[in-house]
Design a protein around this ligand. Structure first.
Ligand SMILES: [Zn+2]
Length: 151
């Protein structure tokens, strides 16, 4: 069985369900047990979430989104008004913290939804077979080239 023979999954639907912090498979079960702690499996359909590898991607995406909003607003208001410095020093850090806390969980959910839809990492039923080629030892590349007759 090849991964391409498996049922195609909707990336947009899975990411939207993940963004809503729901199971990307059924859309009903909760994806998170605590703030950023992913449940081991969906309580509704049983889909395992053990295979997710969101890692550092959600913070990177969140930083990019929040920075564009905060810097854009900051520059617009700076040009259009004459706010006192302490307003700026109060508003922008507070807005950055609030937006980050609001976005990080939905962004992580959307990331997991994408990984699930694309059958990435532990969501790939052939994961062990596909990952086998990634586990190499130092010198494997040179040995492979030598075996192929490349000098
Ligand atoms: Zn589910």
């Amino acid at each position: 069985m090849d991964t391409q023979e498996l049922e195609k999954r909707s990336i947009g639907q899975a990411m939207w369900r993940g963004f809503k912090c729901r199971c990307p498979n059924c859309g009903d079960g909760h994806l998170f047990g605590r703030f950023l702690k992913v449940m081991p499996a969906c309580s509704e359909c049983g889909q395992s979430f053990e295979g997710q590898r969101a890692d550092d991607l959600p913070p990177y995406i969140t930083i990019t989104i929040v920075a564009h909003i905060v810097v854009g607003l900051n520059l617009s208001i700076e040009r259009a008004s004459d706010w006192p410095l302490w307003w700026h020093m109060t508003l922008w850090p507070a807005l950055t913290i609030v937006l980050t806390l609001l976005l990080i969980q939905p962004v992580k959910g959307a990331t997991i939804g994408y990984q699930w839809a694309m059958r990435m990492h532990g969501f790939d039923p052939l994961g062990d077979v596909h990952d086998a080629g990634l586990h190499t030892r130092p010198g494997d590349g040179v040995r492979a080239l030598n075996n192929a007759g490349v000098k």
